[in-house]
Design a protein. Structure first.
Length: 152
């Protein structure tokens, strides 16, 4: 049985928390509100019930994500299989019906935030990491034709 490094009470499965840059092994009570580095598996449910804020442990940064190419079809298919009109979908995620229609027709690319809302509402996958990260961008800038070259 270890002792909590903050309050000294005996703790069988201590949390590892980060306090001012120092890792401490503490009891569940002291771990509350701290930056938890590691938590005992047995205490997971206690944490799950107290979480109210958005999950922060996303491995992929949002700016690294791309909306998939055929997003419109995916959204439409999922929506129709759920049997909900586009108007209702708009109410579900608090977006304009006209915007969603344009997205389904692939006239408008949804923002990452909106794509996430659609993913959750329809239980689909709209965001993916782009396959070509570097290299493709390096080629841009070559052949710099301006519009003026075509106006004759
Ligand atoms: Zn403690």
């Amino acid at each position: 049985m270890e002792e909590c490094e903050l309050c000294g009470s005996p703790v069988s499965a201590p949390y590892t928390v980060l306090v001012e840059g120092v890792e401490l092994r503490v009891c569940a009570k002291c771990a509350k509100g701290k930056k938890v580095m590691n938590r005992p598996a047995s205490a997971r449910s206690a944490f799950a019930s107290s979480r109210g804020s958005a999950p922060k442990q996303q491995k992929v940064r949002e700016e690294d994500l791309d909306v998939v190419e055929n997003y419109g079809g995916i959204i439409k298919k999922a929506r129709e299989s759920m049997g909900i009109p586009i108007k209702v979908l708009g109410e579900m995620i608090n977006e304009k019906e006209t915007l969603l229609l344009r997205i389904e027709e692939q006239k408008t690319l949804p923002s990452i935030g909106l794509a996430r809302k659609l993913e959750r509402a329809l239980n689909i996958k709209l965001l993916a990491q782009p396959d070509v990260a570097e290299g493709a961008q390096a080629q841009r800038g070559q052949g710099s034709l301006s519009i003026g070259d075509f106006v004759g």
